[in-house]
Design a protein around this ligand. Structure first.
Ligand code: ATP
Ligand code: MN
Length: 456
């Protein structure tokens, strides 16, 4: 039978990436979904997409392809799930130098609905429309590349940590008290008690440096972000690291390595993808400089004021203001004011600030051993040296109006002595945005959660 709808014993012999013109005359079975199909009188051209890329199918009347197969193929709609068994033919006209002439067709599922956008569409403006049809939206090539790069980046990150002697941890996501006080938490019921979804693994990862020294976690963080922005999700993935016997400078060196290796992994994926897709990949990965520049917070406040911004020492640095400085690519902002930083961030000792940091010096402002990694105006990571003594933690908590008693479970760890330690959290989606040029964070995650969205 030339047409059937059962998988039965039929199995794929090749992915699209395995095929080449050198295989002329070989019998192949390919499987996937139909990207395009068009008939021209006695000839039908179709493209089947699989995990790796595209396979051109050409069915000619009076050729090797049975008429019923050609007719069935030409009647299918895009997205149909199919298998084609046939002969690979070298063809100088075809983009990759070959096409497959079908002898047998399996139609596993035919499409019941007209999709709200073309599968080959490079851009579809309305993200709501796309999210409603997310399963097929994710078939579009730009998202395919983005998420395959995500997977490679995660592998590069895990390889880095493994090589550097870090232990992968997982910490509770259901917690009893806020990590950083004040930040917006989702409350839930834990049996009959109120509880929260963790906004960060901060306190647990710090405790784990007591036993494992170097730890990392790749897991969701939950933030009830009231604002609608292209860079905030309610549920994001954080790459957290925490390390004993180091300070924030060492952590910045680690981040620089992580970013460089992630970019290398993303670039090597793209090179492979371009070979299969014949150059039709619109993503470019930014170059990472040998040394990522570091600017002090105070120096940027000076520059912002010179550029006419209203920023005062102590204020947060907003993306809209940073834009004025034309900083692009990756850079660190270091030595932030202590006041607004979370209670576990360590105060800087001794003379702080460079010669250019005039306001900070004049005002004897307290600063912290902290940094943000930025990409243009986008914050990618925050990190710091952490406080190592219970008294210091408690006084910072009181200064922030936090309830010290509700953190007893954490503060108790410090009675046993905690090593000096430092760490950071890197937003995976934000890193992916930077490395792929994705403008909206919702396209750097499979199923985004935001103020307005709990489905799909
Ligand atoms: P922002 O100022 O951009 O809201 P933040 O300073 O509140 O971020 P941190 O608490 O420093 O965020 O979290 C560490 C990292 O986690 C951030 O640098 C960012 O990459 C990522 N992150 C934090 N909140 C979110 C969010 N709502 N959506 C996506 N990523 C986030
Ligand atoms: Mn931050």
């Amino acid at each position: 039978m030339a047409i059937s709808s059962d998988l039965g014993g039929l199995r794929r012999t090749h992915y699209s990436s395995d095929l080449s013109e050198g295989m002329d005359g070989q019998d192949v079975t390919v499987m996937g979904w139909l990207l395009t199909v068009r008939g021209h009188g006695g000839i039908t051209f179709a493209t089947i997409c699989d995990r790796d890329g595209e396979v051109p199918i050409v069915a000619k009347k009076g050729g090797e392809c049975p008429d019923e197969v050609r007719e069935a193929l030409s009647s299918l709609k895009a997205h149909s799930s199919v298998a084609v068994r046939g002969t690979l033919r070298a063809s100088p006209r075809a983009p990759r130098g070959f096409e497959v002439v079908p002898a047998e067709l399996r139609i596993f599922s035919s499409v019941q609905k007209i999709p709200p956008f073309e599968p080959v569409a490079k851009t579809v403006k309305n993200i709501d429309t796309r999210l409603e049809a997310r399963p097929i939206d994710l078939r579009r090539s730009v998202l395919q590349h983005t998420f395959k790069m995500r997977s490679r980046i995660l592998r590069a990150v895990r390889d880095y940590f493994e090589r550097e002697g870090f232990i992968e941890i997982n910490t509770p996501k259901i917690i009893s008290s806020a990590t950083e006080g004040g930040a917006a938490l989702f409350s839930i019921f834990y049996y009959d008690k109120p509880a929260f979804l963790a906004q960060s693994p901060q306190l647990y990862k710090e405790q784990l440096t007591m036993s494992f020294e170097k730890v990392f976690e790749i897991a969701p963080i939950f933030r009830a972000e009231a604002s609608r922005t292209p860079r905030h999700l309610s549920e994001a993935i954080s790459i957290d690291l925490e390390e004993a016997f180091v300070d924030y400078n060492d952590v910045m060196d680690r981040i620089a390595s992580l970013v460089r290796e992630s970019a290398d992994a993303a670039r090597s994926y793209l090179e492979g993808a371009k070979r299969i897709a014949d150059g039709d990949v619109s993503i470019t990965v930014p170059e990472i400089p040998d040394s990522i520049p570091r600017h002090t917070y105070s120096s940027l406040v000076d520059r912002l004021q010179d550029a006419g911004a209203k920023t005062q020492w102590g204020d947060d640095l907003y993306p809209s203001d940073l834009k004025r400085l034309g900083l692009d690519g990756f850079y660190f902002i270091v030595d932030w004011p202590l006041g607004p930083k979370p209670f576990y961030v360590k105060e800087s000792e001794g003379e702080a600030g460079g010669a250019g940091d005039k306001q900070q010096q004049q005002q004897q402002q307290r600063i912290s051993e902290s940094f943000d990694l930025m990409y243009g105006e986008l914050e990618i990571s925050s990190g710091s040296t952490r406080i190592g003594r219970r008294e210091d933690l408690e006084s910072r908590m009181r200064a922030k109006g936090m309830n010290v008693d509700s953190f007893g479970y954490h503060l108790g760890a410090f009675d046993y002595g905690v090593p000096p330690h430092a760490g950071c959290g890197i937003g995976l989606e934000r890193l992916l945005m930077a490395l792929t040029g994705t403008a909206n964070i919702r396209d750097a995650t499979f199923y985004p959660r935001d103020v307005d969205r709990l489905v799909p």
